[in-house]
Design a binder for this molecule. Sequence first.
Ligand code: ZN
Ligand code: ZN
Ligand code: ZN
Ligand code: ZN
Length: 375
Amino acid sequence: MTTVLKAACHCGKNTFNIKLTTASLPIVNDLCHCSSCRHSTGQLTVNYIRFDGVPLTPTSADSDQPADLSNLTAYNATGVATRWFCSTCSAHLFFEVIGDKYWCVAVGSLEKAEGIVKNEYHIYVADTIDGGIADQIRTVDGFELPRYIGPLEEGKVVPLGWRNDGVINAKRDLETLAFHCRCKAISFTVTRPSAASALPYSAYPDLLLPAHSTDASKVKNPDDEKWWLRPLGAEKPTKYLAGHCACTHCRLTSGFEIQSWAFIPRANVLVSSESGASPTILNLKDEGQRPKGLVQYKGSPGIREFCGTCGATAFWWSEEKQDLLDVSVGLVDETQNGLRAEGWLEWHKERIGQQEEAVNKALVSAVAEGLKALV
Ligand SMILES: [Zn+2]
Ligand SMILES: [Zn+2]
Ligand SMILES: [Zn+2]
Ligand SMILES: [Zn+2]
C-alpha cells in the first residue's frame, strides 16, 4: 500500500504529490546539523525524509506523472546531491541524491507529519561546535535522541552540553559576528549593540507576547521597550534576543519546522560590496544598494530575503519594522562562538513563536520542553 502526501511551498507555485510505502510509516529519521544543510537553508537543523520514486504532479492521488520542477532552483555544491528550493519564496522542497538515485522531501513542506516521521537521532552535531539546537531537542515523544557527531554509521556520540572549546577559544574575541550562506553570495557581519541599536521602535513579537492571548494594545509596546537588546534593561547591552518560530509562514517559506531568528537592528548589520571595501550598513530597500544575489519574497506577512543561488533564508522584515531585522541564525559562522553564539545572542527559553501553528507538533514540543529545561 502507498500513502500519498502533498508537499507545497508558501507562494503556491509548487505543489507536489509524494508517495511513501505505508508499511514503512512512520519513517524513523534524523535531524541533520551539518554545516552544508544549515548554511544552505539558514536553519539550525533540517529534516528530510526519503520517499518512493520522484516528485509527482498533484493532479490526482494515483497520478504517476513526474512533476514539472521549473519553478524550483537546483543547487548542487558537492556533486553528491542537489537541493531544490522554490525560486519565488525560497522554500526548500527536495534533496536529490545523485549516485544512488533517490529523493527526499523537506518535512516542513508536508501537509502532515504525525504518523509520517519520527525524529529519533541527531547527526553531524560536531559541525555545530557547541551542540546547536541539538541541546534543545532532547526527547521527542518520550524517546531520548542520541547525538551523533557525524553520520549514524560512525556511531560516535557526544553528551549534552558538549562544546568544541578548542575551536571557540581561537576566535572568541572577534569584534564582529560573521554570517554567510552556503554559496557565500550572501555574507554580512554583526556589531555589538550601540546607541543606534536603541533607535528602532517595534511591537513585541509573538515569541515574547503571544498575540492570541495578549491584549493588542500591550503587543504594540506602548512603553517603547527595547526588548531586542540584552540583558534586558541593561545600561550597556551586549547581546541580542534570539528565538525560534514555528509559524506557518516560516515553515512554508523554509520547508522546515523551526526557524530561528536573532532580532538585530539594521544599524548593526554590515556588508561589504566587494572584498577589501569598507563595510557599510545593510540596505534592503534601495535596489542599487541591496546585496547582490539576495532575492525578496513579498508574501504576507512581511518580506523574506534569501540567497537566490543556494536558497538560504537570510532576513525577514516589514515596512513597519524596517530598522529591526529578523536575522536567520542558521547562517552564523559557528567556528567563531558556536552555532548558538551565546556570547552574542540571548535565547528566549520560555516560548517558541506561534508554536500553536506547528504541524510537526512532536518536534516543536520537544524544542519547547528542551528550552524550558535550560531555564
Ligand atoms: Zn514558493
Ligand atoms: Zn546535513
Ligand atoms: Zn547562497
Ligand atoms: Zn515565523
